[in-house]
Each structure stands twice: as structure tokens, then as C-alpha cells.
Design a protein around this ligand. Sequence first.
Ligand SMILES: [Zn+2]
Length: 369
Amino acid sequence: MPVDWVVLGLDNGGTTNSGTALDDSGRFLLDQMAEVPSDVREGPDKALQRLADSVRQVLGLAGVPLESVRAVGLDTPGPASADGVISSKGATNFGQPAWRGFDIRSALERRLGLPVIYNNDGNAAALYAHYARFGEEAAARRGSVSVIVGTGLGGGIVEAGQVVKGAAGMAGELGHVPIPLDGLLDEGQPTPVCNCGQFGDAESVASLTGIQNNLLPYWLTRYKGHELGSMPAGKAAKLVRRYGEDGDAMALAIFRQQAIALGRLLTIAANFLDPDVYFLGGGVVEAASHFRDWFIAEVRANTVLREEQARAAEISLVPDLDMAGARGSAVAAREWVIGQGALPQPSARLSRRYPSAGGTTTTMTKRTG
Ligand SMILES: [Zn+2]
């Protein structure tokens, strides 16, 4: 079937750029990710060159010419603004000083000569999970919350098919929502602290960093002589999951606390947003099935839904997590292209009229990036 136009999706990670192509009918043209090194640690110049390499690689693998590309979706880890300006304080993946306050979206747009639509990686993955679950038509009528457990706790909120970005681009930072700790912490266990400075937010418990900094140091005092106590903290933290799969009591205690934290976070989401689906993703749900099923059952048991909500909603897994960022970025770019086509006047492209409560009309800038 001839392709009218395509969009590309690029996921810019700490070591790798993953890329894909999506055609005008909503079909992904690659079954696997196209991958090149991201070289983000070498600074913006090298990294942009690598993103351009990604574009060439995807076009080659998909067999489509550059002229057919209407837009490129890009995601990176945060913190960054809604329009893709890296935090002025830098970020884990963007340690080189030249990255501070760098506008990666505009820079890539100039380099490629194509519109670039930006999302942070959690939001891009949330968008893909949403579209994969509902399909294009139903996606626009549904809401979902995605929670992805990794080094930190990421994710995003999708409402009526659109990522909720917020005024400053900081909506959906689910990891930094404080959660009740009563009945979660063991007696005498210190209050977990997050890299963001808060005590007892969701990420301080439900993340690899939370295991390394908070949970493992405490539980090793309760399981004196445990093998993990003799290893460097970073290595030990990564191994806790394998111990959990083998039924190790200390590892299960750690993951039970993570499951309670996630359940409490989803309970807050239920009261704020009442979504159709709660997606879980990340390391723990990619574990051996018996362990994953136990963990999800624990999350469910700690998620308090009203009877009506329990009937209407489901807890599900983020599909193809390794591809979710690039694919979600492509979905965002395609939605943007379709949105452009639907607006009749070029002058109206960047604005939409919303009636205000007083009956007058206010013009709001539509965030597309
Ligand atoms: Zn935090």
C-alpha cells in the first residue's frame, strides 16, 4: 500500500536513541526499534548529530524518503519544560554544562528542517500505552494514568487522548506525590527521602533509587548477615528483584513496601482523575511471571477504588516498554500533523477559542510541543 506521509518517533536515552516510523493510517512501519548510540554525555552537538543519524537509519529501515516525513516526535528524560528545554540545573542524562537550559526541541527542528514535537519520556510512554490499549478512535474518549518504576518513578496522565502537561510542563510527575506512610513503614524504619528533597513521596519508596537509598539499608539491619549486605549498594539494589523472584524474605518485604506505595499512589489518582486504566510498567513488571503476578496483586490490594470505579476501571501493564517512548513520540507527532490539517486558517494554527465561564471568549495558546 502506498504511504501518503509518515512521522518519526525518536526516544533519546542515556546510551541509545531508539527510533520508529508511523504512517498516515496509524501503522508502525518497524517491528523493532532502530537503535544508534545517543552520545548525550558528549554534549548537545554530538547528541544532535546522533539524532540526525537516527532519522537516516529509520528512513532506511522503513524504506520511506525524507520528503514524506511531516513531523518528528522526540522524547528525552526530564526534567525539561513542556517544550523541551532541559532544566537549568541539568539532569541525570544531561550532565555536561552545555545542556543546562538547552532547547533540544528547537535545535533538532533547525537541524532537520522539520517540525519537532516534544514530550518527556514518561509522557511519551503513557501516550503509547493509552493508544495501544484503546486504538485511535476510543483513545480520544478515554483517560489513563501510567506509572513506570525505574531508576526513578516516572509516568504520565492522558485525558481524552491528550497528554496532560500542565502550566509549567510538570503535570504527571507522579513520583513526587507524597503518599501516606502509616502502615507502610516498619516500626522504627526511617522516613524514606527522595532526590527531590521530599520525605515520603512515591519515588522515595517505589524506585530503584528508593531501594538503594532507603529500603535496602533499613532492611539489611533487620536481616543481618544477608548476602546483599556485603555488596556495593548500587549492585545490591539491582539484585533485589532477582532475590524476590527466588522468594527471599527480605526482598519480598522490600517489594511489598513498593506495592503498598504504588497502590496508595493509584488511590490518589483515582480520586483526582478517575481514569479508565491504571498502567504499570518498569523492571518489576518485567520480572518472572509468578513474581510479577504477586506484585500486581499486592498493588491492587492496596488500591482503594469505589465500587463503581472498580467496575469501570482496570489495572494493566504498559506494553512493549522498550519501544513505548519512541512509539509514543510518533503518536504525538501524528496527532499534531492531523491537528494542523483540521484547522482551516493558517493564522488560527496556534490558537483556539474557549468560551470562559462569564460567556466572553478568551484566546488560549494551544500547547503542541
Ligand atoms: Zn521526589
